[in-house]
Design a binder for this molecule. Structure first.
Ligand code: SF4
Length: 318
């Protein structure tokens, strides 16, 4: 069997930063440190951080007063900041800077009295956070059907923003329909779909043709992993989204000569290598990594956790 490893795949700069934030907080302050929502959408990452002393909560009310609280890579709305302040929590913000940019757009547009359309998934942590910054003047559009049917009160000032992990193909179709319906619609000055989403999708689009099946390593909770699987399916390939090698069934490989393997932006590389090892244990394989785009993005961790002194300075001591 021939295995093609798509590159880029796996961790993006925002995920690396968020994980580093939790590890650094544990190093500086000991356990426990609290994290609102999953720091990134991957069960293995969450489990490993839990074992190191992180406690994941869905509600800030579950965090003891005066504790350390991290916001996840997906970001939160202003109401969560307020809640944290009321409980006197020391907040470390692990929101990806590219998500934060979307928050700033939401805030800016609504402060200028724009009505906003947010293209994204209902209930996703990122969407919930972004909607919070838009202060209620926002309509969510999830798909082409909703772009066609959404009713928006007449306004001169209408703009759209998007979730960072959309499918580029869906995004383009949705925006086309919205422009036909609302010609004065304003777009974000920079596209909101992030470089990591773009590159991982581009790699699947250009490599899936060469494969008989596609295996996407990723958590079903991860929007960007699901998009990678959707793209491969639309090309007509049998596609499997797996958390790790243990979910692979031998029957999937019957008659298969070439497998494309990729992974979502929150997936540790060891689980991709686990898939490769598992496939190689079934029959002899050749492995080829094909690079479609190079990435050189790095985000610094917040200054307040770069060193204990700077944290004490920022938060006035613990
Ligand atoms: S997928 Fe994109 S927006 Fe999300 S954390 Fe990674 S770089 Fe940031």
């Amino acid at each position: 069997m021939h295995l093609i490893l798509a590159k880029p795949r796996g961790f993006c700069a925002g995920v690396e930063r968020a994980i580093q934030c939790v590890k650094r907080a544990l190093e500086l302050f000991g356990k426990p440190v609290y994290v609102l929502n999953h720091i990134v959408h991957n069960k293995h990452v969450v489990k490993s951080l839990c074992e190191q002393g992180a406690v994941f909560v869905r509600d800030i009310d579950d965090v003891p007063q005066n504790s350390i609280l991290l916001f996840s890579a997906h970001g939160v709305g202003p109401e969560q900041w307020e809640k944290a302040k009321k409980r006197n929590l020391k907040v470390i913000d692990a929101t990806c800077p590219l998500v934060e940019r979307v928050h700033r757009s939401a805030k800016k547009y609504t402060e200028q009295d724009y009505t906003l359309i947010l293209i994204g998934d209902a209930g996703h942590d990122e969407t919930i956070g972004t909607m919070g910054w838009a202060k209620g003047k926002v309509f969510l559009v999830q798909n082409i059907e909703e772009a066609r049917s959404i009713e928006i009160p007449p306004t001169e000032q209408l703009a759209y923003i998007t979730q960072t992990t959309l499918s580029i193909e869906d995004y383009e179709s949705i925006v086309k329909i919205l422009y036909e319906r609302f010609p004065s619609l304003r777009s974000p000055s920079k596209g909101n779909i992030c470089y990591a989403t773009t590159n991982r999708q581009k790699a699947v689009l250009s490599l899936a043709e060469k494969a008989d099946i596609v295996i996407v390593v990723g958590d079903a909770e991860s929007a960007n992993s699901r998009r990678l699987a959707d793209i491969a399916k639309r090309i007509g390939k049998k596609t499997y989204l797996v958390l790790d090698a243990t979910e692979i069934q031998a029957t999937w490989l019957e008659g298969v000569k070439t497998v494309l393997i990729t992974s979502g932006a929150s997936v540790p590389e060891e689980h991709v290598q686990g898939v490769v090892k598992f496939l190689c244990s079934i029959e002899p394989c050749t492995v080829e990594e094909v690079c479609v785009a190079s990435e050189n993005v790095h985000f610094e961790i917040p200054p307040e956790i770069k060193g204990k002194d700077s944290f004490l300075h920022n938060f006035g001591g613990l």
